[in-house]
Design a protein around this ligand. Structure first.
Ligand code: CS2
Ligand code: MG
Length: 412
């Protein structure tokens, strides 16, 4: 095989710089290194074992250049298809091979994907608060940083908390929302859909009065409503011109969105827990949503997510990649390379990582005035610092559970 770049090793790196991350490092016989993100929040070690025990032995000796062939091999020959663990493992390999190809070509990955379709990727930041005053401070901080789009989450009065509310100020005075908690027992939060549905229009009416018409406002319902409740929410928020309403009901039943769509013109974003193009088939073909929220890290890597976004493009649906702190800087870099290259880019979530995370992951993407650019370093542009990583041992962390007032487990 002329020009082959044989794989010498595939190592799984688990570290917890401020939060847990699983990283795959693929090295060729010539010493070219590629990184892939394999972090599945709260279920990290399942992907680490899948990669270490079942995928790494398959990779050694293969040609790192054959990205499509390796993708198809991992997807088809496992026999067991799809699912978050499998698709995150495949994603990590795919990212690492794109990284290697870019480094060998001396080009940033976005150039290999067809080159830039825009100057930078529009991003949205998070703002949250225990009440509207607190939320106001958080929004103003994001606007001062130049963000043009902000996601608003606030505790619902009388409900004791709510999805997406930051519990602490992290480094640099930033509010970062970290859903996974390093506690022995799983944290449980309360939920009351009626209170929430009454309060949500007040929240956005306040926000428009406070911050004006121009700023793009987003909101995440985190799968808490039934389809008809979601339809009502979408309709009640129409006067406030949301950029999108996210995960208003669980999407395993894709047809549920037909009902929501009949009732509201509020743009809908779906899919951070989905991982295959098949999970989106009805949502896309029937034009039931406006933004695809899948991520490079959980939906089969650059190769598969590109396919999914191109499918969505035929129906005028745009990308809106998931980008919380539980996607590592490697996953974020990959999302930015893909986002810069595709035509139907919509927006990218940007929940800035903790300073400790950047001690392990050195990135070359850059933020300015509401946009992120992946940078022009060869490959994905991220380096992994082993010495720093050794200081941060894995520490189990769990996502919370939600319970209704009567104690029934609800969707979180
Ligand atoms: C959220 C996430 O970013 C988002 O939109 O829904 O913070 C989500 O809760 C976490 O990624 C779960 O791991
Ligand atoms: Mg979300």
């Amino acid at each position: 095989m002329t020009g082959a770049a044989r794989i010498r090793s595939a190592e799984v790196l688990v570290a917890s710089p401020a939060r847990n991350f699983v990283t795959l490092r693929v090295t060729t016989e010539d010493g070219v290194v590629g990184l892939g993100d394999a972090t599945l929040n709260g279920r990290e070690l399942a992907v680490a074992a899948y990669l270490r025990d079942h995928v790494a032995p398959l990779l050694v000796g293969r040609d790192a250049h054959r990205i499509e062939d390796v993708w198809q091999l991992l997807y088809r020959s496992a026999y067991w298809r799809r699912g978050p663990v499998t698709m995150s493992a495949v994603a990590a390999v795919d990212m690492a091979l794109w990284d290697i190809k870019g480094r060998m070509a001396g080009m940033p990955v976005y150039q290999l994907l067809g080159g830039a379709s825009r100057d930078g990727c529009l991003v949205y930041a998070h703002a949250s608060g225990a009440d509207l005053d607190d939320l106001g401070d958080s929004v103003r901080a994001r606007l001062d940083e130049g963000y043009l789009a902000v996601r608003l989450q606030v505790a619902v009065p009388g409900m004791g908390g709510g999805y997406g509310v930051a519990s602490s100020r992290a480094s640099g005075g930033r509010y970062t929302y970290e859903p996974a908690k390093r506690a022995g027992l799983q944290i449980e939060e309360g939920w009351d859909s009626r209170r929430y549905l009454r309060f949500a229009p007040d929240l956005f009416s306040w926000a428009r009065e406070e911050f004006g018409a121009e700023v793009m406002l987003l909101h995440d319902v985190h799968h808490r409503l039934t389809p008809i409740e979601a339809a009502r929410l979408g309709r009640s928020l129409e006067p406030f011109d949301l950029f999108w309403l996210e995960d208003c009901t669980p999407a395993e039943n894709q047809e549920a969105f037909r009902l929501i769509r009949q009732h509201t013109t509020t743009p809908l974003a779906v899919g951070e827990v989905l991982n295959s193009v098949w999970d989106f088939r009805t949502l896309i073909q029937e034009q039931l949503i406006d933004y695809v929220r899948a991520s490079v890290t959980h939906a089969g890597g650059i190769t598969h997510l590109k396919r999914l976004f191109e499918f969505a493009a035929q129906y005028q649906i745009k990308s809106g990649s998931h980008g919380p702190t539980d996607i590592s800087p490697v996953g974020m870099a990959a999302a930015l390379h893909l986002g810069l290259a595709i035509h139907n880019f919509g927006i990218q979530e940007h929940m800035a990582h903790h300073d400790l995370t950047h001690e392990v992951f050195h990135t070359s993407y850059r933020y300015a005035d509401g946009y992120l650019h992946p940078g022009d370093a060869p490959g994905l542009g991220v380096e992994y610092n082993d010495d720093a990583a050794r200081r941060f041992a894995y520490s189990p962390a769990l996502l919370p559970a939600a319970r209704l007032t009567d104690g029934t487990v609800h969707d979180w």
